[in-house]
Design a protein. Structure first.
Lengths: 210, 343
């Protein structure tokens, strides 16, 4: 058996003074879509934040393709370049609201050493209409599509998507499902969602938190 | 809308008042002397008038366009009187009127005041044509982040305020050099020390937008795998280049206004470029410290004042050797700058 795409062991995360995750184990194998489900505040976003490098674990280990996401700086950067992250919530992407869509994609592409959005990605997510808008000029759905495109540039082996369907119109959801199913050929997906129908269509392995 | 405009104006007024106090105190200049200079020299009047308009332009633009009051104007009973932006802007241009009044030239002062207000309002209404977007071909993470920060700096009003304040600092330094009839190393040391202190508002005005942009893209940079060193170095390089240019501009104006010969001009400008680059690198460390708090603006101003004081002290103690010590201090500060954290 090869190295797991994502391996989380005994993960404990604290946000402020509250322990939001304690002793969590999780694996994502190549070709797999894993869905985190659970009530609001159960730690789905915190787990994803720890995987992508936002929230330093209090205890435990996170490895992406065998490299520690919280290890020495070089290993840490390699691990993070192997994943693409879509932040969750209605305000995901807000802090960088001054960036134009094309600036966001170019910044992420240069950092990850990835090519610009492919024709397929541009068509699937309707990126051409977003390129000259700043993030703060975009509607919620447009913002989510722009950030999703940034996450999928490359594409990286592991996609970490926090509620990817949030705010996206039904027609685009169809394309999103196709993109994620196709991505299994490149790697795997860890996502959080409250929509059982979406998880069924993605044939996702469900992991309940909380 | 008016409250936000007043906050910005208060910062400009305070900075200009401090600058005027530092320049006029030691040199014995009186308001009447300044007014006589403005009346007697069209170039001086245009330069100082232009700098004043540039300093208040960002605020004037906010008032004239009234975008922040759009919601209020939509209400059934409009609460925004049409003349309010005009009156607010006129009040903000009152300091030149006070200067002329202190010199006993009330009528001329009133004419200048009205002229400045009208010019300010007209300039604020001008919409520059948008440039066609260029394709982005950023190959390395550092290059990409530097381009993002520089773009934000160019789009922000802070750079305009920075240039205007740097020019005023240069003129103040030139006046000090001229009044003390200095040349060579003495002129360079006094000029650079004066520029550093008087230019504090300029350095802070430029650091603000760059620091905020740098902090706001931190999460996307880090999650995409940008090394922490690249992330910090990008801000340091942008600020070092920008402040080097502003210090260089101020030094050139100081040398020209101070009547220095060509050799001393080059010496002062070279010193300004070196000291500006070191100040920019140190400002990157200040920016990191500032953006860990909600009080970003206050922390940046405090940090900038500390850098200015340290650089001025170094110049006073070791003269132009400070040009070597300052970069070493800046690098030391950068190596201790904290990484971002997310709650």
């Amino acid at each position: 058996m090869g190295v797991a795409l994502l391996k989380v062991r005994d993960l404990t995360v604290r946000r402020g003074r509250k322990i939001v995750l304690s002793g969590v184990d999780l694996d994502v194998e190549a070709g797999e879509i894993v869905a985190l489900v659970g009530p609001n505040g159960c730690g789905k976003s915190s787990l994803m934040g720890s995987v992508v490098g936002l929230y330093e674990p209090r205890r435990g280990e996170v490895q992406i393709q065998g490299r520690s996401a919280w290890g020495p700086p070089d290993e840490r950067a390699d691990a993070r370049r192997a994943q693409g992250y879509l932040p969750g919530g209605a305000d995901g992407g807000d802090p960088m609201g001054f960036l134009h869509g094309r600036e966001l994609w170019a910044l992420v592409a240069a950092t990850r050493g990835a090519p610009p959005p492919t024709e397929e990605l541009r068509a699937a997510l309707g990126l051409d209409e977003l390129a000259e808008l700043t993030i703060e000029q975009m509607s919620l759905g447009q913002r989510r599509r722009a950030c999703l495109a940034a996450a999928m540039l490359g594409p990286p082996p592991l996609l970490v998507l926090d509620e990817p369907d949030n705010g996206i119109d039904p027609a685009r959801i169809e394309r999103l499902v196709e993109l994620l199913v196709d991505h299994r050929a490149h790697g795997g997906v860890l996502l959080a969602s409250h929509d059982p129908e979406l998880l069924r269509r993605l044939d996702a392995r469900v992991v309940a938190l909380g | 809308m008016a409250a936000a405009a007043w906050r910005r104006t208060a910062a400009v007024w305070t900075a200009v008042a401090v600058l005027a106090g530092v320049v006029m105190g030691p040199t014995g200049l009186l308001p009447a002397d300044v007014v006589a200079l403005l009346v007697g020299s069209t170039a001086a009047a245009c330069l100082l008038g232009g700098l004043w308009l540039a300093l208040l332009h960002p605020t004037a633009r906010t008032l004239a366009r009234g975008e922040e009051a759009r919601y209020l104007r939509c209400l059934a009973a409009p609460r925004v009187a049409p003349a309010l932006p005009w009156l607010t802007l006129a009040a903000m241009h009152a300091p030149p009127l006070a200067l002329f009044a202190a010199a006993g030239r009330w009528r001329l002062g009133a004419a200048v005041w009205l002229g400045l207000t009208a010019a300010s309002f007209a300039l604020a209404k001008v919409e520059l044509p948008r440039r066609a977007p260029r394709p982005l071909a950023w190959r390395a993470p550092g290059q990409a982040l530097r381009a993002v920060i520089t773009g934000r700096l160019l789009a922000d009003d802070g750079l305009l305020r920075g240039v205007a304040f740097a020019a005023l600092a240069g003129l103040g330094a030139g006046l000090m050099i001229r009044n003390n009839q200095l040349l060579g190393a003495s002129a360079s040391t006094l000029g650079l020390g004066t520029i550093i202190v008087l230019g504090t508002p300029a350095w802070a005005a430029v650091t603000q937008p760059a620091a905020r942009a740098h902090h706001r893209v931190a999460a996307v940079c880090f999650t995409a795998g940008m090394p922490a060193g690249t992330w910090l170095a990008s801000l340091a390089l942008v600020l070092a280049a920008t402040l080097a240019v502003l210090f260089g501009l101020a030094a050139a104006l100081a040398a020209l206004f101070g009547g220095l010969p060509a050799g001393d001009l080059l010496r002062l400008v070279g010193g300004g470029l070196a000291l500006g680059a070191a100040a920019g690198a140190a400002e990157a460390a200040v920016a990191r410290w500032a953006t860990r708090s909600a009080q970003v603006a206050a922390r940046i101003l405090t940090g900038t004042l500390l850098i200015a004081a340290a650089w001025a002290l170094l110049l006073g103690l070791v003269g132009e050797a400070a040009l070597l010590a300052a970069p070493a201090l800046a690098v030391a500060a950068l190596t201790r700058a904290p990484e971002p954290t997310w709650a």
